[in-house]
Ligand binder design. Structure first.
Ligand SMILES: O=C(O)C(=O)CO
Length: 333
């Protein structure tokens, strides 16, 4: 489109860490303001907040590159012309969706483009937790390798049952990626049966069946009121003693005290987390004392290509939304 008609519209990009190709998509149409601060994932960062509050008045759209909450304060400061919030993430639990809906502001996210990258991390966590990379790497770093036949013995993915909690884009991508590992059975739980499951030979089961029968459990659901703390003392209690639990969704899906106890008491075998509460996890957090836990600093979508594609999708949502075309990936509010 010809940008001359829309150049008077202001778009705020919430961080200085935004790929140039995506920035250009916005700059071709709009006047772009950009926060100087890198605020992605910096919980409690006040520097970014003040900058956002200073820049947002009068903006028609906001590109949100952060896990920090979009507060009422930010929306109030924006003013009534704010039409679209475009979060550069699949998850939108931090985007204040009820308030956006009440104010008639549209929300877009970036599903699908990140599924392959997040699924790769899920596979990485499955392998690193089941083969106990944390304590094995620790042996290497200490120069104290166990040399006996009976080393730290892991669990096989071969002939196992893999249970996916939430067979959405990410869950499906995990099943696809595991198809070369001779997994015996894929099962999944969720609201309803997914048409895509058939081709993946994944079987719909109740959550209890999934917890009781899976050797590997992957949580790939968004954080909602319903999924919050779904992995807790009770649900961990239903898992097998050899179970490996992996979370690539949100930290708050898990009651971390209960997970700590289950791992400490060897009630389950191991866990791999890409997401925690809080982020960053303090370095003296008790979870990090566990040899059977492997933790990553929320890198699921962090590849060059994926971050670029997320950023471009977020930009194109705004271009479409502010030039009268259909949004590419609207969130149903
Ligand atoms: O897209 C998301 O929801 C993320 O967690 C970013 O990696």
């Amino acid at each position: 489109t010809n940008g001359t008609m829309t150049k008077n519209l202001k778009v705020l990009v919430s961080s200085n860490d935004y790929p140039p190709t995506a920035l250009k998509l916005l700059e071709d149409h709009f006047t772009v303001l950009q926060s100087r601060y890198l605020n992605f994932g910096q919980e409690g960062s006040t520097l970014g907040r003040e900058e956002i509050l200073k820049l947002i008045p009068g903006c028609s759209a906001l590109v949100w590159i952060s896990n920090l909450p979009i507060t009422n304060e930010i929306l109030d400061a924006a003013g009534a012309q704010l039409k679209i919030v475009s979060t550069v993430s699949a998850g939108y639990n931090h985007c204040n969706p009820e308030e956006l809906r009440a104010r008639g502001i549209q929300l877009t996210n970036t599903p699908n483009v990140l599924s392959p990258a997040v699924a790769e991390v899920a596979v990485g966590l499955i392998l690193s937790a089941s083969r106990r990379f944390t304590e094995n790497l620790d042996q290497v770093r200490r120069g104290e390798w166990e040399i006996g036949f009976d080393k730290v013995l892991g669990q096989d993915l071969r002939d196992s049952t893999v249970g996916i909690i939430g067979l959405g884009g990410i869950g499906q991508a995990v099943v696809k990626r595991l198809s070369g590992f001779d997994v015996a059975r894929f099962i999944y739980s969720g609201h309803r049966e997914k048409p895509e499951a058939k081709a993946l030979r994944a079987e719909f089961v109740s959550q209890d069946t999934l917890l009781e029968q899976s050797d590997f459990i992957v949580a790939a659901v968004p954080l909602t009121n319903e999924t919050k703390l779904m992995i807790n003392k009770e649900t961990l209690g239903k898992m097998k003693p050899n179970a490996v639990f992996v979370n690539v969704g949100r930290g708050d899906l898990v009651d971390q005290d209960a997970l700590y106890d289950a791992l400490k008491n060897k009630q389950i075998y191991a866990a791999g987390l890409d997401v925690t509460t809080p982020e960053p996890l303090p370095k003296d957090h008790k979870l990090l004392t566990l040899p059977n836990l492997f933790v990553l600093p929320h890198i699921g979508s962090a590849t060059v290509r994926t971050r670029r594609e997320m950023a471009e999708l977020a930009a194109n949502n705004i271009v479409n939304g502010l030039t009268g075309k259909p949004l590419l990936s609207p969130v149903k509010l």
